[in-house]
Design a protein around this ligand. Structure first.
Ligand SMILES: [Zn+2]
Length: 166
């Protein structure tokens, strides 16, 4: 494990439990779902009947994207059958699109799902040669590196869109 912070770090106590947990964006009682309400501004790079591939609002990782179901569901088990059937092939297309970018060593796939009501996963390309960023600390490194400019995010998004269209 390689952290982007100098050691020694200290272990802290976990926070108090929050039960029930607050609703996610797009769930009853939660904030409005931006992916539905502002789909024209949601940086959609590619879409079909089941999935939408989005560019992030900001990132320091060239080629980072998130893939979301077109429907509000919580888990793999809740996905409609056609979404479950197409998930693997769509992930393979996204993986190919990101691996075709310059400077990408490997593409990581993460699912957290705590923020919004669409089932969604994150694809994070690890830059080639960045062995210190291997593994599950890549998102922490992402938070500490200088963010890409909007123009850089848009340019790589256009490359990904082109490859996804093939
Ligand atoms: Zn939504």
């Amino acid at each position: 494990m390689s952290l982007p912070y100098a050691e020694p770090l200290t272990v802290r106590e976990p926070c108090e439990l929050v039960v029930p947990e607050p609703p996610r964006r797009g769930e009853p009682g939660g904030d409005v779902c931006g992916a539905c309400e502002w789909s024209d501004r949601a940086q959609t790079l590619w879409s079909d009947e089941q999935w939408r591939l989005h560019s992030p609002g900001q990132t320091s990782l060239r080629g980072a994207v998130w893939l979301a179901s077109t429907v509000h569901v919580d888990s793999f088990a809740d996905l409609p059958p056609e979404h479950q059937a197409s998930f693997g092939p769509v992930c393979a297309r996204v993986d190919r699109a990101l691996m075709s970018l310059d400077g990408v060593a490997r593409v990581y796939l993460y699912r957290w799902g705590d923020g919004g009501a669409h089932f969604h996963v994150w694809f994070m390309p690890r830059p080639i040669g960045r062995l210190d960023m291997m593994g599950h600390m890549l998102p922490v490194w992402e938070d500490t590196m200088p963010p890409l400019s909007r123009a850089e995010i848009d340019a790589v998004g256009a490359e990904i869109s082109s490859t996804m269209a093939i």
